[in-house]
Ligand binder design. Structure first.
Ligand SMILES: *[C@@H]1O[C@H](CO)[C@@H](O)[C@H](O)[C@H]1NC(C)=O
Length: 355
């Protein structure tokens, strides 16, 4: 009798727990969200981009750096073809050039993910920081960009146990950066538990040659990261919480959380428009479609802009949306001179007019 009662209790508990988890996951992954297309005029595909344009960063409103061929567990169309960094002259067209890599670097296993540019004001040198996943590793490559001959000179590789599941990076010095970890655990099975139990255990790590430490926690998949034009704040996409977290940079490089802004989508990389301070994100409108990758019910794309993020009333606008018939899984968007360049995790890249 007692055994039977205990068994019923366990069954009831499990049923309630499964119901609760089902609801939580449905809401986290925006399972039932359907996208109504909200297209922009005059969209053109960027030539020869077919295996992704996961991250894009723009130099002086004229050159766009594009990372293509990310190697990351769970990403379809995974290819052994080496990834590349492309550069697109925004003033002249849609035909990007591959940057040649010089120095002691294994280009065959290159799998570039998040990227960030840093200009050293002292000597004008430009550095491209690239998250790289060669052979399932997780590391940062620092290159010096030489514009005259379109090359990246490899300077160093950085690995650290705190930098275990990096997704995106923002450079704040010649060898200094903040990076997000999009999982707490290492290994796909444990990472699945993070989703099943809604564990918001991801963090942001500060790296300099002198110190490496966790500077912000509590993210449910810390994803895109970028810095405000005045370099005083960082913005982090708390992807599974559908929000952008605003953090203030302290003098000792620690971060203090200022606020969160809800965006209603699973936002990936963040670009910050230098003139206005507006945030532009490439987002995944439906998380389950992103994970399932069903060709008959593909993941769509969504671009969201946040204006006046530091005011009491930030304005969150959907700028572009597609149901997957044009672009699968948008991951980044950056405006320039009345146009919008949109990248994707493993698909194509699109340039559209904004008006
Ligand atoms: C950094 O500075 C803040 C106050 O500005 C302080 O609360 C924090 O403990 C400092 N962190 C470290 C690691 O020194």
């Amino acid at each position: 009798m007692v055994k039977l009662m205990l068994l019923s209790l366990v069954v009831v508990f499990l049923a309630v727990w499964i119901g609760e988890r089902y609801t939580a996951l449905r809401d986290t992954l925006l399972v039932f969200r359907e996208i109504t297309p909200n297209h922009l005029p005059n969209c053109q595909l960027i030539k020869d981009i077919n295996i992704g344009s996961e991250d894009i960063t723009v130099l002086e409103d004229r050159l766009a750096f594009i990372s293509t061929g990310v190697k990351y567990p769970g990403i379809p169309r995974y290819t052994d073809a080496p990834g590349k960094i492309l550069v697109l002259n925004l003033l002249t067209g849609t035909d990007p050039t591959e940057l040649r890599i010089k120095g002691d670097f294994d280009a065959d296993s290159f799998g570039p993910h998040g990227i960030s540019l840093y200009t050293n004001e002292a000597d004008g040198c430009r550095y491209l920081f690239v998250l790289n996943h060669p052979h399932n590793n997780c590391q940062v490559e620092i290159f010096r960009f030489v514009e005259e001959d379109l090359t990246l000179v490899h300077i160093k590789t950085i690995k650290h146990e705190l930098l275990h599941n990096m997704n995106d990076i923002v450079a704040v010095g010649v060898e200094n950066f903040y990076a997000t970890n999009d999982h707490y655990f290492i290994g796909e099975r444990l990472q699945l538990l993070e989703v099943l139990f809604s564990l918001a255990w991801c963090d942001v790590v500060y790296y300099s040659p002198e110190e490496v430490r966790v500077v912000a926690t509590g993210f449910f998949n810390a994803n895109g990261i970028n810095v405000s034009p005045d370099k005083r704040h960082l913005y982090v996409s708390d992807l599974m919480h559908h929000q952008i977290v605003v953090l203030e940079i302290q003098t000792n490089n620690s971060l203090s959380r200022v606020k969160e802004v809800a965006v209603g989508s699973l936002c990936d990389n963040i670009e910050v428009e230098s003139k206005t301070g507006d945030l532009w994100m490439g987002c995944h409108p439906n998380g389950i479609k992103f994970f399932l990758q069903n060709v008959n019910d593909p993941p769509g794309s969504e671009v969201i802009r946040v204006q006046n993020i530091h005011s009491d009333k930030p304005v969150v606008t959907q700028v572009y949306a597609d149901d997957g018939s044009v672009l699968l899984a948008s991951s980044v968007a950056t405006p320039f001179r009345g146009k919008l360049l949109i990248g994707s995790v493993y698909h194509k890249a699109l340039m559209c007019d904004l008006e």
